[in-house]
Design a protein around this ligand. Structure first.
Ligand code: PAF
Length: 282
C-alpha cells in the first residue's frame, strides 16, 4: 500500500493511473477502522482497479467540539488493517492539506429538506461539513466509484445530492451495514461502550427486525411508542429520534399508508455514546 500525505503527490499518482485506463474506487473514512470499513475496501477492490482509502478526522463536520476531541485515533492499527485488506492507496493528509489557507470554509451547500431532519436537525452544520470535505476529496481523488456504508443512511442521500450538485460522473455504491454477531451495527464509537452496553445495544437491531415483521397500516404509531419505552427500560439514557421515514426522501412518517417505501432510523444514547442505526423495511 502506498501512503500519500500530500494532495499534489496523490493527485499526480491518480492521474497517471487514470491515463493508463485504470478505474479508481474511493472509500472515505475518519479512521478507527473496523470490519465495516474493510468491507467497503473489499467491495471497492472487487469492482475497481485501484482502491484509495482516506483517513481524515474532519473538523468541519463536528458541531460539538468535544465530540471531535474524543474521536478515536488508531492510525497504526488502521494501516495494518488496510495492508491486510490489500488496499492500494491510503491518503493520510493533515488539516492544512485538506483545508489550505485559501480554502473557503464558509461554503454553504443547498441540500434542501434532507438537511432539516434527523441528523440534520440534531447536528446543525454537520452535513455541510461532510459535503465540504467530501467535495474536496472527490476533486483530489477523482474516483469512478464512491463506496459508502448504509449505516449512515442520511449521509448516503446527502452525498448523492452533493454529486448531483458537483455535476460529476461518480457512481455511488451503498454497501450494507456491517454488524457484530449479535446484531450491533459496527461503529468506531462502539469502542467507548462497556461490554454490558454493547450487549444491551443489540436491542436496536432486534427491535428493527421485529418491526419489519409486524408493521402494517394500523400499528406504525404504536410500534414507535413501544420501541422507545423498550429502549429506555433496557439502559438507553435518551433518544434523539426513533422514526419511520420515506426511504427515498427521508420525509418522516407517522401513519404509514402501506405503500410508501419505508425506513426506520434512530439515534440514541447509551453510556453517553450516541449510536445511530437504520433498516429499510419496505
Ligand atoms: O462517514 C464518515 O466517516 C465521514 O462522514 C466521511 C464520509 C469520511 C467524511 O468525513
Amino acid at each position: 500500500m502506498i501512503i500519500f500525505k500530500t494532495v499534489s503527490q496523490l493527485h499526480q499518482y491518480i492521474q497517471q493511473q487514470k491515463l493508463s485506463g485504470l478505474g479508481v474506487g474511493f472509500v472515505p473514512t475518519m479512521g478507527a477502522l473496523h470490519t465495516g470499513h474493510i468491507s467497503l475496501v473489499k467491495q471497492s477492490k472487487s469492482a475497481c482497479d485501484i482502491t484509495v482509502c482516506s483517513i481524515f478526522v474532519n473538523p468541519t463536520q463536528f458541531n460539538d467540539s468535544k465530540d471531535f476531541e474524543k474521536y478515536p485515533i488508531a492510525i497504526e492499527q488502521d494501516i495494518y488493517m488496510l495492508e491486510m485488506a490489500k488496499c492500494d492507496v491510503l491518503f493520510l493528509p493533515n488539516v492544512d492539506e485538506v483545508y489550505p489557507r485559501n480554502f473557503d470554509q464558509n461554503k454553504q451547500y443547498d441540500l434542501g429538506f434532507i438537511e432539516t431532519v434527523f441528523e440534520g436537525a440534531y447536528r446543525p452544520g454537520h452535513f455541510n461539513g461532510v459535503c465540504m470535505v467530501v467535495e474536496r476529496l472527490l476533486n483530489i481523488i477523482t474516483p469512478n466509484k464512491l463506496f459508502l456504508g448504509q449505516k449512515d443512511y442520511q449521509q448516503c442521500i446527502v452525498l448523492k445530492k452533493l454529486i448531483e450538485i458537483m455535476n460529476v460522473d461518480i457512481d455511488v455504491i451503498i454497501c450494507p451495514t456491517s454488524r457484530e454477531e449479535n446484531g450491533l451495527a459496527m461503529s468506531s464509537r462502539n469502542r467507548r461502550l462497556s461490554d454490558d452496553a454493547k450487549e444491551k445495544a443489540t436491542i436496536i437491531y432486534n427491535s428493527f427486525n421485529k418491526i419489519k415483521e409486524k408493521i402494517s397500516i394500523t400499528n406504525s404509531v404504536e410500534l414507535i411508542e413501544d420501541t422507545k419505552q423498550f429502549f429506555y427500560k433496557n439502559g438507553f439514557d435518551s433518544i434523539d429520534y426513533l422514526n419511520f421515514a420515506n426511504a427515498e426522501t427521508l420525509e418522516p412518517i407517522e401513519l404509514w399508508d402501506g405503500t410508501t417505501p419505508l425506513v426506520i432510523l434512530t439515534a440514541a444514547f447509551i453510556e453517553g455514546v450516541r449510536l445511530i442505526d437504520n433498516m429499510v423495511l419496505r
